[in-house]
Design a protein around this ligand. Structure first.
Ligand code: GTP
Ligand code: SPV
Ligand code: MN
Length: 601
């Protein structure tokens, strides 16, 4: 096997912080015996360690240093061109039975899968360094917070984990020496980055993840989609909480009243942008703050839903990010950032499609080839990403470290739909809201390998991330509702509806504040709405469209409900539920009947 990650040799005092927990040490020993690394590097998350790893990564061309004046302390990483996104086809939930994984997951039998993966891992780290990365997910004093360890042979993974999680000593201290402590075991090896030997496997019953053959974020930062969502959702159901693919934002009115909102949009459908929204001029005195941009862990407290962000950094889509669309993201990634698969300019800066200003006359594209504005290829990969600490976000919410979480007033579902789905509407109650989530659909994006732009059902934006049977997941949502005396109101949004000319009808980005304000008004019980077959819809004067240059006709189109389109949509709901083979709770089936009936009233 080609050595894609040659060993590094650390001086004394770096890479030697061994944990004291014997169960942990035994596991590392076991994986070491299997993978036969040249040496073991025990990470402590320190500044000194980070500097050493960066220096070694530069030597091995894992990273390219960017111009210190333009983007201080920031680096470019180019992935293998065959490895630029999540691979849903090679992602498996390995529960003891197929039923537990359910109809929407790839399942494979645990013993067989372990044995296959151990075969692939045998001797896989020869000539490489095995890094042991301790981390926690969640604010240090949250009862939901989890300890994880990731073993990896990738320096890029270690450097990314230090940004994305609370990494190092904090986790060793939390783990302590209890041999029975609960912690997640993650094993990652690049192998030779061959798509034919690429598998991302989850063993929820063992709190274990094994990922091989990839170096791309969502496949290898095992804290994120693998632990915080797939294993997380499995644990959440067992333990009575929720692990969701949701951003969390705070919104404060000029009067100083604050609400928190969680929103589930599928991959590359606008979570990071919505979480960092800056209200337009007209909304003087309104303030939006970010708690999280991708994942929410939520629990019931005193009959309300409270959310924490388990992560400590953002792994965000780069293309389209500009001072016009998302100034807070631009400020966040102006330093201390890892860029993956963007273009490199001749003066050592980064560039991508949609960045402010004119394109550079010459650059090196994401594959390392010469690029000019005349080139047919994109300079940055459509799923190029930034990795940046949340501390860099000027709009970071002051309660981001609050262990009990922030109280959620509204949950918003949303997808990328060119037609059918209005800009915004509100569910009639919790169960109806669960139905909206369960039936939501979105056009596929570059965040996952495969065709782009195809409408598919993506319940609660969790299709690729639910670690167990989707029918049980729906039931869990319904059960949580029963425990809430003050449930969040539930909404559906669609920033992506297109007009006859194929152009987006809604300006989006900061202007989404107008929709958010209506949502908040509804939470405050002072927002007007009209009843429609779908639920509550803003009337022509309920949305604050002051100072927005938009046609009345556009607004009517955005809020319009086309009965023909909805007959088809309801038929698609039925088809989807039928395809799940009888696991859908009765309440949701009857929600569909009620929806269909409202159209005939
Ligand atoms: P993941 O990190 O994959 O989970 O993506 P995400 O849901 O955080 O999406 P993100 O905010 O990164 O946006 C993805 C793409 O959608 C980017 O190219 C954005 O520019 C674009 N986008 C985000 N918000 C809007 C919007 O309101 N309107 C339009 N038209 N595009 C948007
Ligand atoms: C997503 O695809 O939803 C992401 C990016 O947030 S990744 O971490 O790669 O999954
Ligand atoms: Mn995501």
């Amino acid at each position: 096997m080609k050595n894609t990650a040659p060993a590094i040799f650390a001086p004394d005092g770096i890479g030697d912080t061994k944990p004291i927990n014997q169960a942990m040490l035994d596991w590392v020993h076991e994986i070491g015996t299997l993978t036969e690394p040249e040496n073991i590097f025990w990470c402590d998350g320190s500044e000194r360690e980070n500097e050493f790893l960066i220096a070694e990564s530069l030597k091995q061309n894992v990273l390219i240093k960017l111009n210190e004046k333009k983007v201080p302390r920031s680096y470019l990483h180019r992935s293998n061109p065959n490895d630029v996104a999540r691979v849903e086809r090679f992602t498996f939930i390995c529960t003891p039975t197929k039923e537990e994984a359910g109809p929407t997951n790839n399942w494979s039998e645990p013993a067989e899968t372990y044995s296959k993966l151990h075969g692939l891992l045998k001797g896989a780290m020869r000539g490489r360094t095995m890094f042991v990365v301790p981390y926690i997910m969640g604010p240090p004093d949250s009862p939901l917070t989890k300890v994880g360890f990731e073993i990896t042979d990738s320096k890029y993974v270690v450097l990314s984990m230090r940004i994305m999680t609370r990494m190092g000593k904090i986790a060793l201290e939390r783990l302590g020496n209890d041999p029975k402590a609960e912690w997640n075991r993650g094993v990652h090896s690049l192998l030779d980055v061959d798509p034919a030997r690429r598998f991302i496997c989850h063993f929820p019953q063992d709190n274990t993840i094994i990922s091989v053959g990839s170096g791309y974020g969502g496949n290898v930062l095992l804290s994120k989609k693998c632990l915080a969502l797939r294993i997380g959702s499995y644990l959440a159901r067992k333990q009575g909480w929720m692990a969701e693919h949701m951003l969390i934002l705070g919104v404060e009115s000029p009067e100083g009243k604050k609400h928190y909102v969680a929103a589930a949009f599928p991959s590359a459908c606008g979570k990071t942008n919505f979480a960092m929204l800056i209200p337009p001029k007209h909304f003087k005195g309104w303030k939006v703050t970010t708690v999280g941009d991708d994942i929410a862990w939520m629990q019931v407290r005193d009959g309300r839903l409270y959310a924490v962000n388990p992560e400590s950094g953002y792994f965000g889509v780069v293309p389209g990010t500009s001072y016009k669309s998302n100034p807070n993201a631009m400020k966040s990634i102006a330093r201390d950032s890892l860029y993956t698969n963007v273009a490199l300019t001749d003066d050592g800066d980064v560039w991508w499609e949609g960045k402010d200003g004119p394109p550079p006359a010459h650059a090196i594209d994401w594959r390392g080839n010469d690029w000019t504005p005349e080139s047919k290829e994109k300079a940055a990969h459509p799923n190029s990403r930034f990795t940046t600490p949340m501390r860099n976000n000027p709009a970071l919410d002051s309660d981001v470290e609050e262990g009990k979480g922030v109280p959620i007033s509204a949950i918003i579902f949303g997808g990328r739909r060119s037609d059918t789905v209005p800009l915004v509407y509100q569910a009639l109650d919790w169960d109806h809201g669960v139905y909206l989530g369960a039936t939501m659909a979105s056009e596929t994006t570059a965040a996952a390998a495969g065709a782009v732009g195809q409408v598919r059902r993506d319940p609660m934006a969790m299709l690729p991330f639910c670690g167990y049977n989707i029918g049980d997941y729906f039931q869990h949502w319904l059960d949580i509702g029963k425990r809430l005396t003050h449930p969040p109101l539930i909404f559906n949004v669609n920033w992506f509806r297109k007009g006859a000319g194929g152009k987006f009808l809604w300006p989006g980005f900061g202007e989404n504040m107008r929709v958010l304000k209506w949502v908040i008004n509804r939470c405050e019980v002072n927002g007007g709405a009209l009843q429609s077959p779908l639920g509550w819809l803003p009337g022509p004067h309920d949305l604050d469209l002051e100072e927005l240059d938009i046609d009345h006709k556009c607004v009517a189109e955005l809020l319009g409900i086309d009965h023909g389109e909805w007959q088809k949509e309801i038929a698609e709901h039925k088809k989807f539920f039928d395809s799940l083979g009888g696991v859908v709770p009765q309440q949701l089936l009857s929600q569909r009947d009620q929806l269909a009936a409202r159209f005939t009233e």
